[in-house]
Design a protein around this ligand. Structure first.
Ligand code: HMG
Ligand code: MG
Length: 302
C-alpha cells in the first residue's frame, strides 16, 4: 500500500508531555506552550487533563490552562476526561474533544484509572453519551496496546476487544497507544491491521512512546498499512506516571522532519515547532529530547 499523502499529527506535549513533570510548571508557561503550538498549525492539540489532582497533580490547573489559551480557528483542543467529573470540567472549559482512556491490559487499567477494563467502559458510557449530546468530539485511547509494564505481553485480540467497546460508545477516533514504547514494526502492523478489521483505519491513530527508540519506525510501519493519524510530543516531552521508566512520546520535530523527507503533507511549520520545543526545554532546564529539533537549533546557532 502506498504511504498516505497526508497525515494528521496530534500534538500531545502539553498533556502527555507535561503530566509527568515532578516540579510544578507555572500555568502561564503551559498556556504559552499551547499558544506557540497553535501557531505551528496543528489541527489537534491535547491541551490538558481533567483528572484527579491527587493522581496527577501537574494537571490540577486544567481549567486555568483552558481559560488562558488562544484558540486558533481550525484547531481541535482536546482534554482527557476519565469520568463525569472530568467531563463537567471539559464542558465548562469549552473543550472541543474529550478523550476517554482505557487499556488493553487489566493490570495497567487498575494502576492508571483504579478500575478494571469492564468497569472503565461502564464509567465511560455516560461520559461518552453526555459529550456527544453536547456536540463534542469523542476519542478513545487504548494504553498498553503493544505491551504492559505489569503483565508484559498483550495479545492483539485484547486490543481489538477494547476497540470494539470504544467504538460502541461512539468514539470518533481511537488511539492505539504504546505506553512503554516496547513495540516493533511488524507487531505494530499486526495490531493496526487487527484493529482496522473492526474500526475504520482512517480514524485509528498511533500513539507511540519512544522508550526503546522504535517510534519513528513504528509510525512508518503503521503508514504502510494505511494509518494516517499520529500523536507526538514537542521536544519528546513526557512519560506516564503509571508506567515507570517509560519516556516521552516520539518528538514532534522528528516526526515532521521524517514526513517532509517522505513528501507526506502535515500542514505544519517545522521551524516554529523547533522554537516551541526549545522554549519549553529552556523552561524545564534541560536539552530537548528531539534529535531533529536539536540539530536544527544547532545549525541555526552555527
Ligand atoms: P479514584 O480515586 O478511584 O476515584 O480515581 P474517586 O472517584 O474515588 O475520586 C478520588 C478523588 O479524586 C475524589 O476527591 C474525587 O472528587 C477526585 P476527594 O473526594 O477524595 O477529595 N476526582 C476528580 N477530581 C478532578 N477531576 C476529576 C476527578 N475524578 C475524581 N476528573 C480516577 C479514579 C480515574 C479519577 C483517577 O484514577 C484518575 O484521575 N486517574 C488519572 C490517571 C491519569 O491521568 N493518567 C495519565 C493519563 S493516561 C496516559 O498518559 C496514557 C495515554 O497517554 C496513552 C498511552 O500512552 O498509553 C493517554
Ligand atoms: Mg501516552
Amino acid at each position: 500500500m502506498p504511504l498516505p499523502a497526508r497525515v494528521k499529527i496530534v500534538e500531545v506535549g502539553p498533556r502527555d508531555g507535561l503530566q509527568n513533570e515532578k516540579a510544578a510548571i507555572p500555568t502561564a508557561v503551559k498556556i504559552a506552550l499551547v499558544d506557540r503550538l497553535s501557531d505551528c498549525g496543528f489541527a489537534n492539540i491535547e491541551a490538558t487533563s481533567f483528572v484527579s489532582p491527587k493522581w496527577v497533580p501537574q494537571m490540577a490547573d486544567a481549567a486555568e490552562v483552558m481559560a488562558g489559551i488562544r484558540r486558533r480557528p481550525g484547531t481541535v483542543y482536546s482534554v482527557l476526561a476519565p469520568n463525569l467529573k472530568g467531563l463537567e470540567g471539559a464542558l465548562a472549559a469549552r473543550a472541543d474533544e474529550v478523550v476517554i482512556f482505557g487499556a488493553a491490559s487489566e493490570a495497567f487499567s487498575r494502576k492508571n484509572i483504579n478500575c478494571s477494563i469492564a468497569e472503565s467502559i461502564a464509567r465511560f458510557e455516560p461520559v461518552a453519551r453526555t459529550a456527544k449530546a453536547h456536540g463534542l468530539r469523542l476519542r478513545g485511547s487504548i494504553s498498553c496496546a503493544l505491551g504492559c509494564p505489569y503483565q508484559g505481553e498483550v495479545r492483539p485480540e485484547a486490543v481489538v476487544d477494547v476497540v470494539n467497546r470504544l467504538a460502541a460508545l461512539g468514539c470518533d477516533e481511537i488511539d492505539i497507544a504504546d505506553t512503554i514504547g516496547v513495540g516493533t514494526a511488524n507487531r505494530v502492523k499486526t495490531v493496526m491491521e487487527a484493529a482496522a478489521r473492526v474500526f475504520p483505519i482512517e480514524r485509528l491513530s498511533g500513539h507511540f512512546h519512544d522508550t526503546y527508540g522504535q517510534a519513528l519506525a513504528n509510525i512508518y510501519a503503521a503508514m504502510e498499512v494505511g494509518v494516517a493519524i499520529f500523536h507526538s510530543s514537542v521536544a519528546g516531552l513526557g512519560g506516564c506516571p503509571y508506567a515507570k521508566g517509560a519516556t516521552g512520546n516520539v518528538a514532534t520535530e522528528d516526526v515532521v522532519y521524517m514526513m517532509q523527507g517522505l513528501a507526506v503533507e502535515t500542514g505544519l511549520d517545522l521551524e516554529r515547532i523547533v522554537d516551541a520545543g526549545q522554549f519549553i526545554s529552556a523552561h524545564l532546564g534541560r536539552k530537548a529530547a528531539s534529535r531533529a529539533g536539536n540539530a536544527i537549533a544547532a545549525k541555526r546557532a552555527a
